[in-house]
Design a protein around this ligand. Sequence first.
Ligand SMILES: [Zn+2]
Length: 207
Amino acid sequence: MHLWKEGDRSEAICRACEKRVTTRFAVRGYTLQESQVEVPDLLVAVCDECGGIVAIPAQSSPRLKEARERRKAESLEAKIPSHLDDVIHLLAERFATAVAAFRPDLLRFYLGEVISDAPFAERVKALAASELAEGRARMRISLRAPEDMLGAARDAARSVGILTDADLIRGILVAAKEDVLEGMTPERALRLSGAAQAEGALRAAMT
Ligand SMILES: [Zn+2]
């Protein structure tokens, strides 16, 4: 395997220039198109004519892979039926908070419950299979959270048989509907309300 280094020269087809061009290897920040993940300090081949990145040498692929995996470990993405996103809106209204800011607070709060409360995790599994959790998954939901927390939540979920992030989120949202909107678990609703208000007060204080 040839190991390229900064300043080396080569040739490649540049899509922007639509022809074969001479290139120079340079170390640059690179953004993964599919996920918008920033990969710092990647060796790439740069077009001499337009300055665009035209190629990424094979030796850079482990860095790309690492960046993709890091992103995966820090983010949770799932598609859910729109009536379950309505649950988030209803809860935000209940707690008189802005839905965009409340959504990640809600999900992190319930991931914490899944981690710390095994019977609750079992309930989430059952609710993920309930009729209310069904429906065409058309709303994309995503959450950034510390890798430790997501890892612990996924482990707790897997240990009770929740196999996908989508099932985890669907079960959590049905549980939140029951806990708060149906008043089934006032103690948890109170703690969630406190968490939402603390976050809101923190944001207000920071702006
Ligand atoms: Zn070019």
